[in-house]
Write a protein that binds this ligand. Sequence first.
Ligand SMILES: Cc1cc2nc3c(=O)[nH]c(=O)nc-3n(C[C@H](O)[C@H](O)[C@H](O)COP(=O)(O)OP(=O)(O)OC[C@H]3O[C@@H](n4cnc5c(N)ncnc54)[C@H](O)[C@@H]3O)c2cc1C
Length: 431
Amino acid sequence: MAERFDCIVVGAGPAGISCAFELAKGGASVLLLERGEYPGSKNVMGGVLYRKMMEDVIPGFYKEAPLERPIVEQRFMMMDKESAVTFGYKGMEWGQEPYNNFTVLRAKFDQWFASKAVEQGAILVNETVVTQCIVEEGRVVGVRTDRPDGDIYADVVVLADGVNSLLAKSLGFHKEYRPDEVALATMEVLKLDKKTIEERFNLEPNQGCTIELFGDATKGILGTGFLYTNKDTLSIGVGTLLSGLIKHKIKPYELLEYVKNHPMIRPYLHGSDQQEYLAHLIPEGGYKSMGRVVGNGVIVVGDAAQLVNAIHREGSNLAMTSGRIAAETILLAMEAEDFSEALLDRYRVKLMESFVGQDMKKYKDSTHHFDKFPQYFDQYIPMMNRAASQMFTVDGSSKWEKQKKIWKEVGTAREKIKIARDAYRAWRVMK
Ligand SMILES: Cc1cc2nc3c(=O)[nH]c(=O)nc-3n(C[C@H](O)[C@H](O)[C@H](O)COP(=O)(O)OP(=O)(O)OC[C@H]3O[C@@H](n4cnc5c(N)ncnc54)[C@H](O)[C@@H]3O)c2cc1C
């Protein structure tokens, strides 16, 4: 291993690989360090991969990448204990070029993506844990690893080590996250015959469907569940803020078992076999939980910088875009031979101008709001289900009578005002 590189990237997830790919393509010498046996071996995602941000790195990637299914339908289930109000969109335009998004299995996808960075000239070293950044005179100058030949030096170190980045924390870039700033997600990959998947989800070959689950999927705790179709597997998962799990004394795997056995979900999974069980944290504190992303000789990208849009279950795309912008900034810094915080700060500025910064700002209050007011999930979704059941049950009473009954069940005048106020508040944090 050479002792010195233009850049060291810590972590071979979507953020780190995008950064290493762009840097190597731009002519920089890059070392990509991954603690796992191979890229993707430790990574967890539902996982929807967004075509646009991946194409910004590798145009036409979908012609050769190991993808599962292009998604042509997105459904949303607002679940009560024995019912669900479901809505969604299905469009054939998503099933052909240029596509919208795809399901992927990270263990396969990340390996392929990293191999593309290596083709560009990046050096990938697996099974190597970066234990700390080497700091000299207020500047990050390299990293210390758990290998015998230990220390490696570079002009810039990119921290792409994922949620709860210990390295960024040790530099003082962020504090210990509170339990209401991170979600814990558990998921399973279930083996199911390809044809059965297509019949059950009303799909043609090479079409996929995603279903996002709200309400009783998390027993009313702030969070979401998901059910995604892969080629011959299904991905099912559920994630809630750690604070919710602690408050309700629920274990994450209990929640996953609960959603798998829910009467709205069970029929989709019937006859499938567990292939993998995975658990991972997701940074969900949003814009207000973001720490510093730039210092002298160092840049933080992806989950390590808290870049997740929890409302739209987007993370990989924010990670890839941040990695790409970091690489562009480092190439500029190399030209200027200036790796100071002042120059690298162009990364922060560009990131905030991009959709990443804009979306983080748009939803800056949303997680905190829905965490503070749990009635959206544990009261209003059941209420919506009762209203739908009432309205669609044909029992001889007139629709006027039904409307009146629903309105009465909503509650007293005071309760109605509270609901109107909550609707307004929700609009304000989402607008
Ligand atoms: C259950 C679940 C479902 C999700 N679903 C979606 C989805 O459908 N769509 C979506 O876009 N996003 C989804 N996300 C979020 C998405 O997975 C992340 O936002 C994305 O993976 C972030 O990429 P990253 O490269 O920043 O971090 P990661 O993918 O976490 O990669 C970090 C890498 O750094 C390595 N590493 C960590 N520490 C060290 C160290 N000290 N030394 C060396 N290597 C180290 C890790 O092994 C890992 O490979 C989901 C997340 C979860 C948990």
